[in-house]
Design a protein around this ligand. Structure first.
Ligand code: ATP
Ligand code: MG
Length: 392
C-alpha cells in the first residue's frame, strides 16, 4: 500500500544557510543506496523535506533496510499519497489507511492535520475534529487521547495529500560527504570497525590502513580485515584499504628495543605510517579503536606516547566506552561475528609478557634511536610495497 516515504532528518535541519549542502548530500546518499534496491525510485527535495517515491513495484523491506543504513536520516515514514478529491474522499482514505495498518483497533489516537496549502477550504483544527469524528464513527473501539496517543495520524495537505502514522528509526548522524575524510587504523578486532563506523556517522568518509605481518599473520587474518571493511562500507560508503607489510619493521623493533616496550613502539610506527598515508590522500585525521585502560597500550600514559608521533588529530570515539557497549554496537552493525574469528593479528604475536603500562616518552624515544641504522630504509620499503584494495 505504501508507494513513498517521507524522510526525517533532525540535525541537518538547523544548519542555517548551509542547510542545502547537507540536504543535497543526503539526497545523493539516498540515491546511491537505492541503486542497489529493486525498483524505480525518485528522490525529491520539496520545501525542506525529502520524499522517496516509487512509480512501480518495489521491495518494501529491502527499501526500508537500505534507508535505515543511511547516515543523516532520523526517521522514515511510509506514506500514502493521493490527489485532493474533496474532504469526503480524503476521510475515506484515512479510514482505509487505519484499517490496513491497525488490525487491532483497540488503540488511542490523535489526528495531526497540517495545511501548508493555504487555499484548502478548511482550517487545520476543523480538519482534525472532523476526521476524528469520522474515525470514531467507523471504529468505535478506537478512542481519542490528545496527550499520549498510541497512534498519531498525520494528514498533510500539500500539492497532494499525505497520510502517515509510522516512523521507522534511522541511523541518525550526518550525511556522508559533509565532513571530510579520515584514515582509520583497521585491525581485525572488535574495536576499530566500530570506531570507523562511529566517526563516519558524523558524515566523515573513510580510508583505512591495515598492518599485516606475514607469515606471522595469515592470509585469513588479512581476509578478515577486508571482510570487516566490506561490512562497515555498507554504512560508510566505499573505502580504500591500504595493506602495509609490517613484518620487517616489527622484527627490527623486536631485535633492537626492550621487549616491554615492543607494543608501544610498534603502535608509534603504525601511527607514523598511517599518518603519512593520510596526509597523502587528504585525510584530516586518524581514527583508532582505543579505549582508556582496555590493554597496556591503551593507558593514558601509553596513548600520550603514541600520540606524540602524530601531527594530525587522532579521533578515538571509543575512548570512554566500556567493552560491552562496544560489543553492542559491533553486533548492531554486524561486524562482531567476523571480529571474533580467531585469526591472530600482529599485535598478539609480538607481545611482551609484561608490557610497560606507564611508558615515558623520553625512554621510548631513546630506545627508538637503536633503530637508526635501518628504520628509514624499512619504512621506505613498507611504503613502496603497499597493497591497495578498493572496497565498494
Ligand atoms: P581492535 O579491537 O580494534 O583490534 P584492540 O583492542 O585489539 O583493538 P590494540 O591492539 O591496542 O587494541 O590496538 C589499538 C588500535 O590500534 C586498534 O583499535 C586499531 O585502530 C589500531 N591497530 C592495532 N593493530 C592494528 C593493525 N594490525 N592494523 C591496523 N590498525 C591496528
Ligand atoms: Mg586488535
Amino acid at each position: 500500500m505504501f508507494k513513498s516515504f517521507l524522510i526525517k532528518y533532525a540535525e541537518i535541519g538547523v544548519k542555517g544557510k548551509n542547510r542545502y549542502i547537507f540536504e543535497d548530500a543526503l539526497v545523493r546518499q539516498i540515491e546511491r543506496a537505492l541503486e542497489n534496491v529493486d525498483g524505480e525510485f525518485s528522490v525529491r527535495k520539496v520545501s525542506g523535506r525529502i520524499y522517496v517515491e516509487s512509480s512501480g513495484d518495489f521491495d518494501y523491506e529491502e527499501t526500508v533496510s537500505a534507508l535505515q543504513k543511511i547516515f543523516g536520516i532520523v526517521g522514515i515514514c511510509p506514506l500514502v499519497q493521493f490527489e485532493d478529491n474533496g474532504f469526503d474522499d480524503m476521510a475515506q482514505r484515512v479510514l482505509d489507511y487505519i484499517d490496513k495498518v491497525y488490525e487491532d483497533k483497540n488503540i488511542s489516537f490523535k489526528v495531526f492535520a497540517r495545511r501548508p496549502r493555504k487555499n484548502y477550504p478548511m482550517e487545520s483544527p476543523e480538519i482534525c475534529a472532523e476526521l476524528g469524528g469520522r474515525i470514531l464513527d467507523a471504529y468505535p473501539e478506537m478512542r481519542v487521547d490528545v496527550h499520549n496517543p498510541d497512534v498519531k495520524i498525520n494528514v498533510e495537505i500539500r500539492e497532494s495529500i499525505n497520510i502517515y502514522s509510522i516512523t521507522l528509526p534511522g541511523q541518525g548522524g550526518m550525511p556522508l560527504g559533509t565532513a571530510g575524510k579520515a584514515m582509520l587504523l583497521l585491525s581485525g578486532g572488535i574495536d576499530s570497525p566500530v570506531a570507523g563506523y562511529m566517526v563516519s556517522k558524523r558524515g566523515v568518509t573513510l580510508e583505512a590502513t591495515y598492518f599485516h605481518a606475514p607469515p606471522y599473520t595469515s592470509e585469513r587474518a588479512k581476509q578478515k580485515v577486508i571482510d570487516l571493511a566490506k561490512k562497515i562500507s555498507v554504512y560508510t560508503g566505499p573505502i580504500k584499504l591500504n595493506i602495509v607489510n609490517f613484518t620487517d619493521i616489527q622484527l627490527y623493533i623486536y631485535e633492537k628495543c626492550p621487549h616491554d616496550e615492543l607494543t608501544i613502539i610498534m603502535r608509534r610506527y603504525m601511527m607514523i605510517i598511517a599518518e603519512k598515508l593520510a596526509k597523502e590522500s587528504g585525510c584530516l585525521g586518524l581514527i583508532t579503536g582505543e579505549s582508556i585502560g582496555q590493554v597496556a597500550s591503551q593507558t593514558m600514559q601509553s596513548m600520550r606516547v603514541t600520540n606524540a608521533v602524530c601531527e594530525l588529530p587522532v579521533y578515538r570515539p571509543l575512548v570512554a566506552l566500556d567493552k560491552q557497549d562496544i560489543v553492542d554496537i559491533a553486533c548492531k552493525i554486524d561486524t562482531y561475528e567476523t571480529s571474533i574469528l580467531p585469526y591472530e593479528d600482529c599485535c598478539t604475536i609480538f607481545v611482551a609478557k609484561h608490557p610497560s603500562t606507564k611508558p615515558k616518552l623520553e625512554c621510548i624515544e631513546k630506545s627508538e634511536t637503536h633503530m637508526a641504522d635501518k628504520i628509514d630504509e624499512l619504512l621506505e620499503q613498507a611504503y613502496s610495497t603497499i597493497e591497495v584494495v578498493e572496497i565498494q
